[in-house]
Design a protein around this ligand. Sequence first.
Ligand code: ATP
Ligand SMILES: Nc1ccn([C@H]2C[C@H](O)[C@@H](COP(=O)(O)O)O2)c(=O)n1
Length: 224
Amino acid sequence: MSVVVVAIDGPSGSGKSSTSKAVAEHFGWAYLDTGAMYRAMAWAWLASGIAIEDTAAVAEMVRRTDLQVGTDPVAPTISVDGTDVSAAIREPRVSAEVSKVSSIQAVRDDLIARQRAVIAAAPGGIVVEGRDITTVVAPDADVRILLVADPQARVARRAAELGEKATGAEVTDQVIRRDRDDSRVTAFTEAAEGVTVIDSTYDDLPTVVGRVVTLVEQTLAEEH
Ligand SMILES: Nc1ncnc2c1ncn2[C@@H]1O[C@H](COP(=O)(O)OP(=O)(O)OP(=O)(O)O)[C@@H](O)[C@H]1O
Ligand SMILES: Nc1ccn([C@H]2C[C@H](O)[C@@H](COP(=O)(O)O)O2)c(=O)n1
């Protein structure tokens, strides 16, 4: 039996992680946060002392790094060479630097191969979220969604989530500047052909989850 793949892309703060986890949990499927993989490699790079300009050395470090990703949507985990970095990769210092690492093509090639291996090994189904899932990682996914929201809503959500852990300037940087940098290497600002756009600006999380679940159910019913 083949794996059901739901691919969700979108800008920072549009709700990809929250929505994907809830949809995966609803169906009893796995969940893959590809952004966490880039964050984990950025965390490793920050500890390495390698100059970012030496892209070959950064890519080699990534190639040698053991990355373990847990795909339980209720308790996703991620570790680098045996160290649990689940909390550390969310720190503002990682958010501020991750785009430098994720914009190195050799790093992307390495992580995309690992992402495809996780997808292929998923039992039953998997919800995969990121920036290039609908276009590069899994363009043949059963369901492909671009989850968007207005920049003001995304900044407000991130600010509420981080509270005193980040200043207003850091929040704006994490959302607006990061999207600008990330969109140079991944195409998540426009929906590719066959991708369904879901706008979460005015809908709360349960409503958005319900829309995705309905879309998945309709698509699977049409496939059979
Ligand atoms: N539909 C929604 N309405 C209101 N708040 C939401 C909604 N969806 C998600 N949120 C909240 O917005 C914040 C960002 O959501 P989430 O982390 O899922 O976004 P994301 O797209 O995965 O972001 P990033 O790509 O930066 O990791 C979280 O605090 C989450 O609880
Ligand atoms: N498929 C992906 C997923 C993520 N990235 C990059 C871009 C983001 O700035 C960074 C962290 O992702 P987030 O945790 O905010 O979703 O990783 C990418 O290039 N491709």
